[in-house]
Structure formats: C-alpha cells, structure tokens
Design a protein around this ligand. Structure first.
Ligand SMILES: [Zn+2]
Length: 316
C-alpha cells in the first residue's frame, strides 16, 4: 500500500514538473510577442501615443489608433483599396516602431508628429476638417481598417519598415540612395500612377534676394549649381555661392516639396521645377490611389512599392 502511494505521489510530482515545463515554454513564447520574427498577440495591443499639441500621452488600442492615423495620413476621398493599403502600411509601420523599442516623449511608443512618426487625428478633428459628408468619409476609413484587421507586410518573416510618402513624381527613391541604408524591399520603382497629384510637377520662382536671404549666403555673386544626384535623379547636394548645401537644407530653406529638382538660374530669378512631394521612399500614396482606380487590390498596390514582400495576419 505504501509503495503504491509512493508511486502515485511520484507520478503526480512528475506531472507537476511536466506542467511547469510547459508553463515555462508558454511564458517564454508569450515574451516572444516582442520578437520581430515571432510576433504573437493574444489580444489587441494597446499603444501609448504622444499627442504633441496637448503635450500628453494616451493609451489607445492599435486598431482604433489606425483609424485616426489613416484619417490624418491619406485623403479620405481616396479609393477603398488605397485606404486599405494605407491602413496596412500604418499598422506595419506602427508595430515595427514598437518592436524596435525607440521611445518618444514621455516614454510613448508612437507620436502623432509626422516628421518622426505618423500623423494622427481624433474623430472630432476629422469632422472639423470635413464639414461635408464627414460621416460617409469617416466610415470609409473605419471600413479600410476593419477589413484589413491584423494584416501586416513582412519580409523574411519580419514586419517591414513600411515607409510611405505623398507623391513620388514618376519614380520612387531607394532607401540606399536616400539614406545610404540598403534595404532590399525599398528599391526605386517606376510609378506612372500619381499624375493626379498637384505635386506631380511643380514650378516655383525665387528672386536672387530671396535665395540669398533664405540660404544665408554672403557675397554679391550668387549662383546655384547641382553637384550630385541620386540614381533616380533627386538632388543630393548643390553648390550655392561657394557653399556646399545638402538637398534637405535646400528643401527646408526654400520650402520645396521634394529633392527631385531641375534648377534653372536666370539673370533675375531662380526657377525650380520639382517632381513629387516627400522623401520618395516606399509607397507613393497618390500612386496607390491611381493603382486602385485601375482596379488593383491593396495587396497588389503594396507589392508594387515594396519589392518581394509578403503578408501576415495577426490573430488578435
Ligand atoms: Zn508615384
């Protein structure tokens, strides 16, 4: 009898050890939800978002955040498939930021500042910006987020750095040419789909006095000459007077929409023809709308701009 009891106790102890072992495995996997290649969310993640104007953080469920993000980042008049492509981009971009672990002000996961993260507006702000048909337009955005719930873009199993911009002007820029970082899926691709954008081609005129002033140039002889361009034709550096100036500084100083420039120096004026709006890397938003108008779905749109990518659905 004693032997039997001993064996039973021993068996129970063994079962306990096995149970504990499995619990340990589950716990380790649970932590892996922050590992880029093994993302599992057992419930919808909550984002800590920094709101710049209010100077405060809010906690917001990811999919609710995405509605405000798509509302701020893409015209709601765009086609349904373009809005879906934007929702998937924004979701991937947000998760990738969270996984990379870079924190914003007040320890936030994300910020509503589009200069270093993604823009975000709440429904009230959206309604103020769209006095006509705001309910119809907002419901289009909600549908785009809901119909792509949990879907992200991956490359070799990892969520990609889903960069996007307004208008490429005919050809996107590679990450390597833009920032010297070679990212396989962020190559330069031809885009003939963004011609509806007001920024597809643009012309601006400046007097030499304005150029001198805004670039803080000295001396009486002012000239501007392109020194180097990227493979897609975007300007890298210019020589202004005797100063070497980066395209970024030139863009900021003269308020130019992109670095894809054709500079014509006249006797009295400087004429700048630009193409596109934004850095030109990744998805072209106006191009996405052009592709949607041609009947392409959001996956086809995203595959046009992100080379060799796949999709994954997170089941939360
Ligand atoms: Zn484009």
């Amino acid at each position: 009898m004693k032997m039997w009891k001993y064996k039973l106790r021993n068996l129970i102890n063994k079962k306990r050890v096995i149970l504990l072992f499995f619990l340990l495995i589950i716990t380790l996997n649970w932590n892996k939800c922050l590992n880029k290649q093994n993302i599992y969310y057992y419930e919808e993640p909550t984002i800590r978002l920094f709101l710049t104007e209010q100077n405060k953080c809010i906690n917001i469920p990811l999919e609710e955040y995405l509605i405000g993000c798509v509302a701020a980042e893409m015209p709601s008049s765009f086609e349904a498939e373009a809005l879906k492509a934007q929702a998937v981009c924004a979701r991937t971009f947000a998760l990738r930021k969270c996984l990379d672990g870079k924190k914003y002000a007040d320890g936030a996961d994300l910020s509503d500042n589009p200069n270093n993260c993604q823009a975000y507006i709440d429904e009230k702000t959206f309604n103020e910006r769209h006095l006509d048909k705001n309910k119809i337009l907002y419901s289009k955005i909600i549908a785009a987020v809901q119909e792509t719930r949990g879907i992200i873009i991956t490359y070799q199993g990892e969520p990609i750095d889903a960069l996007y911009h307004s208008t490429c002007g005919g050809k996107t820029e590679s990450a390597k040419q833009a920032w010297g970082k070679d990212i396989t899926y962020l190559r330069s691709v031809k885009c003939g789909y963004c011609k509806d954008s007001a920024y597809y081609q643009r012309q601006q005129e400046f007097t030499w006095e304005q150029v001198k002033d805004r670039l803080h140039l000295t001396g009486s002889e002012i000239s501007i000459k392109v020194m180097a361009t990227t493979d897609s034709g975007r300007v890298k550096t210019v020589l202004a007077g005797n100063q070497k100036i980066s395209a970024e500084k030139l863009r900021q100083s003269l308020n130019l929409p992109s670095a894809w420039l054709n500079i014509k120096a006249g006797k009295n004026k400087l004429l700048i023809n630009s193409r596109g709006y934004g850095h030109g890397v990744g998805m072209c938003q106006f191009g996405a709308n052009g592709l949607a108008k041609q009947g392409n779905d959001y996956k086809k749109i995203l595959r046009t701009y992100y080379d060799g990518v796949d999709f994954r659905g997170l089941s939360y």
